[in-house]
Design a protein around this ligand. Structure first.
Ligand code: NAD
Ligand code: UFG
Length: 348
């Protein structure tokens, strides 16, 4: 029988790409999203791509009554929890909003899941939980820390979720929690159709959407934050992952949870490529592959940034049989396809 997945934040950047992959893998999808950072148009386009419609409920994950109704109305087998606020700089200015949204939404969701007896969860964590790492590549057992309220909210949620199987053991629960914490590295790119992609509401904080907006002439030039790091060319190095690979990682996680030998308790898994790419390398690849200029200026370092960060992605391969398939060339090509087809994002 068709399995049903509840996707919180499913209208967002990573959520919409994951909806496509879930629908194309034969899952029924129910989305809850308050559209605070997204557009319902993304879900229309998910339908155009996959030929299947996700069921959409507009609302807030902190609304317990609404969640309870969803678990009564639909035979949910597992939940993927994307909903949350994600801008590091903004989190420093409004920490309470971040703790409220990110932590309370997870708390309310878990309470509703427990009441409904649905205890399979995939949670959107982040490489930010490794803080400023001492050694690279990053393995899941390395020390965790937070350098800003956004990162701290992810860390607190990871710790909170770790308490749930402990309670199952004490109460000898017949339906124990199975939770996969997916720690994403740097998601970029867009669906190959150019129909869905990243659509920042304000000035982009992240590198790739900024490059794309410079290329489409919405912004004059890119500021490269620092060229004096101890890296290949002095600019920051990150592990970029194509959003479609990332979305497929979620399908693999759900398959693990609903399969014959699921993980037990809570397990953290890196989703990254394992390769480090510098800012200058990304800018020149974008310009060369797409044959479009990307003017830039070197600016001072951005506060809170680290020099380099990339994953050891072996655990994902071993436990989920997942690894990245798309290259940096695919990332820049698909980003430009989306941006040039939708210069103002979903706003037409
Ligand atoms: P996004 O903002 O595009 O998507 C989040 C979605 O959740 C949006 O559609 C928003 O409207 C919705 N939402 C927010 N709060 C809600 C609430 N209380 N109730 C209902 N809906 C709510 O972000 P994204 O890039 O798709 O990120 C998804 C998840 O992945 C987030 O939890 C984010 O922290 C995490 N993550 C993202 C990145 C990244 O670089 N994009 C990296 C690591 C982790
Ligand atoms: N950068 C620039 N100019 C810009 C934007 C970024 O030079 O306009 C540089 C940064 O200094 C960094 C690199 O590009 O060296 C990547 O920066 P991003 O802002 O794209 O990504 P971060 O690695 O800083 O952070 C992202 C998400 C976090 C998440 C983290 C790990 O924003 O939420 O990846 O997953 F936690």
């Amino acid at each position: 029988m068709e399995k049903t997945i509840l996707v919180t934040g499913g209208a967002g950047y990573i959520g919409s790409h994951t909806c496509v992959e879930l629908l194309e893998s034969g899952y029924q999808v129910v989305v809850i999203d308050n559209l605070s950072n997204s557009s319902a148009e993304a879900l229309e386009r998910v339908f155009t791509i996959s030929g299947k419609k996700p069921i959409f409920i507009e609302g807030d994950v902190r609304n317990r009554a609404l969640l309870d109704k969803i678990f009564v109305d639909f035979p949910i087998d597992a939940v993927i929890h994307f909903a949350g606020l994600k801008a590091v700089g903004e989190s420093c200015q409004m920490p309470l909003a971040y703790y409220d949204n990110n932590i309370n939404s997870t708390l309310t969701l878990c309470q509703a899941m427990e009441q409904a007896g649905v205890k399979n969860l995939v949670f959107s964590s982040s490489a930010t939980v490794y803080g400023d790492p001492e050694t690279l590549p990053l393995t899941e057992d390395m020390p965790l820390s937070a350098t800003n309220p956004y990162g701290r909210s992810k860390l607190i949620i990871e710790e909170m979720l770790r308490d749930l199987p402990e309670a199952d053991a004490i109460t000898q629960s017949a339906t124990p929690w199975a939770v996969i914490l997916l720690r994403y590295f740097n998601p970029v790119g867009a669906h190959k159709t150019g129909l869905i992609g990243e659509d920042p509401k304000d000035i982009p904080n992240n590198l790739m959407p900024f490059i794309a907006q410079v290329a489409v002439k919405r912004r004059e030039y890119l500021s490269i934050y620092g060229d004096d790091y101890d890296t290949i060319d002095g600019t920051g190095v990150r592990d970029y992952i194509h959003v479609v690979d990332l979305a497929k990682g979620h399908v693999c996680a759900v398959e693990n949870l609903l399969g014959s030998s699921p993980i037990t308790g809570v397990d953290a898994i890196n989703l990254g490529s394992g390769d480090g790419v510098s800012v200058l390398q990304m800018v020149s690849t974008f310009a060369e592959i797409n044959q479009i200029p990307v003017p830039y200026q070197i600016a001072p370092r951005r506060s809170g940034d680290i020099a380099a960060c990339y994953a050891n992605a072996c655990k994902a391969k071993k436990l989920l049989n997942w690894q990245t398939q798309l290259s940096v060339t695919d990332m820049v090509k698909d980003t430009w396809h989306w941006q040039s087809k939708n210069p103002m994002g979903y706003t037409v």
